[in-house]
Design a protein around this ligand. Structure first.
Ligand code: SF4
Length: 226
């Protein structure tokens, strides 16, 4: 019987029989995406909101307030789509819309008290996925988060997804600043060490680093896994 090393990264006989790993991962992520979309429609539908309206409430909860154009960039939809959704939310009494003092043409959107309560409920729409992630070991959670950060950053650099407020692009991020293997990174905003499991992908305290710092940070962050 031929020997087959199942732990080999490449070169096993199954490499000839299966799709490339990138395609299989993409299929797996697409299945998760289908589940998320399905749940988003179910959840927001119960509350008579569209998924876009629910996402606007969740985004405003984290951001405090936002212009139509920044909401459109965050959600990767057109400004017209956001304007329609915001109009519906205004009619439902969940957000207010006012002129931005520094730019009379721009509109700034904020939650009302009812909108804050609704946004709290809307935040729970992805809990089923968070519960599945809770079933992974701490090491698996850290590795998954790290891999997601790398995927998001790659697609972000290619202009394929909206910009995320994540540690990897933050001016406060100091990767591998500490010898501690569990908490090797440092956040200069809260002045504390942290590990891969605590990497943020939508941090309200994020401040975009200048391009040279982003490149240097990325080099340090990814060097350990090459
Ligand atoms: S401020 Fe937020 S995004 Fe920036 S390094 Fe700290 S935790 Fe990460």
């Amino acid at each position: 019987m031929p020997h087959y090393d199942a732990t080999a990264v490449t070169g096993g006989p199954l490499d000839l029989k299966t799709d490339p790993v990138g395609r299989r991962v993409a299929v797996g992520l697409a299945k998760v995406g289908i589940a998320l979309r399905h749940r988003a429609w179910q959840d927001t539908g119960r509350r008579r909101l569209t998924p876009t309206q629910g996402q606007i409430l969740v985004t405003l909860r984290a951001a405090g307030e936002a212009t139509i154009s920044s909401l459109a960039a965050t959600l990767a939809v057109s400004a017209a789509t956001v304007a329609d959704a915001v109009g519906a939310l205004v009619r439902k009494g969940l957000v207010t819309k006012a002129r931005l003092s520094s730019d009379g043409r721009a509109r700034v959107v904020a939650l009302t008290a009812a909108g804050r309560r609704e946004s709290q409920r809307a935040m729970g729409w992805a809990d089923f996925l968070a519960e599945a992630v809770d079933g992974l070991s701490p090491g698996e959670q850290g590795a998954l988060l790290r891999a997601l950060v790398k995927l998001i950053r790659t697609m972000q650099e290619r202009g394929q997804i909206p910009v995320s407020r994540m540690c990897a692009t933050c001016r406060f991020f100091r990767p591998y600043a500490h010898p501690d293997p569990v908490h090797p990174h440092h956040c200069a905003f809260v002045d504390a060490p942290f590990g891969d499991r605590h990497l943020r992908v939508d941090c309200p305290d994020h401040a975009e680093a200048p391009a040279p710092q982003r490149a240097e940070t990325w080099e340090k962050f990814t060097a350990s896994l090459r």
